[in-house]
Design a protein around this ligand. Structure first.
Ligand code: AMP
Length: 221
């Protein structure tokens, strides 16, 4: 299964993608994670990306498309994957189509996870990430604060630069201006399915699983 998880920052794409990757035994590709790792490793990609990311802007299309094109060509992605955070602009979506054609991939399912903007803002400003394993925690739900250690691996927690208020506002603006049109692009191709992202993680996960199982069933009929 080739799956694209679509939605504004903070709707829960990353959290759900990790669960679904285990459940369906397919790879999870998060362009945000790839870029954050590149920054941590101090690679050329990381150096190029950081100044855009820190303020909540998108990194240039040509930079990120190259990363995805190279990644998806690897044999491990042949059987399936979940794309989380890509495509985020129309040129990215068009290039992804080309990549799919070149690699002879079946058309993807595109899940649009939606939640109210007020929930997004409160989720992002409440979010702490582990420096070591990148796991994400919520102050409200997990009771963690900046001085705590990661519950999974004991690493230090921090608040992502782009989860700070100014950057969150900018990210939502960028989403409305550049990413939302991508929804229309997939809608026109009848590839887009809406999922309500409000509620507990397990509840949203159940909604997604029920939808995906139905889509897989219909496809195999
Ligand atoms: P995310 O973790 O998906 O919210 O991504 C964090 C940041 O990485 C975004 O705000 C962008 O600066 C950058 N980024 C991730 N994916 C993309 C993409 N497909 N296109 C451009 N920039 C991206």
């Amino acid at each position: 299964m080739k799956l694209i998880l679509f939605g504004a920052p903070g709707v829960g794409k990353g959290t759900q993608a990790k669960i679904l990757a285990t459940q369906y035994k397919i790879r999870h590709i998060s362009t945000g994670d790839i870029l954050r790792q590149a920054i941590k490793d101090g690679t050329q990609l990381g150096i190029k990306a950081q100044r855009f990311m820190d303020v909540g802007n998108l990194v240039p299309d040509e930079v990120i498309i190259g990363v995805v094109r190279e990644g998806l060509a690897k044999p491990i992605y042949q059987n399936g994957f979940i794309l989380d955070g890509f495509p985020r602009t129309l040129p990215q979506a068009e290039d992804l189509d080309k990549i799919f054609r070149t690699l002879n991939f079946k058309l993807p399912f595109v899940l649009n996870i939606y939640v109210d903007e007020s929930i997004i803002i409160s989720r992002l400003s409440d979010r702490y990430s582990c420096k070591n394993c990148s796991k994400v925690f919520s102050h409200k739900l997990d009771g963690v604060t900046i001085n705590d250690k990661c519950i999974s691996c004991g690493g230090d927690l921090f608040q992502r630069e782009d989860d700070k208020q100014e950057a969150v506002t900018r990210r939502l603006q960028v989403y409305r201006d550049l990413t939302e049109p991508v929804k229309n692009y997939y809608q026109k191709q009848n590839l887009l399915y809406d999922v309500d992202g409000d509620g507990e993680i397990a509840v949203v996960q159940k909604r997604i699983t029920e939808l995906l199982n139905k889509l897989i069933f219909d496809e195999n009929k």
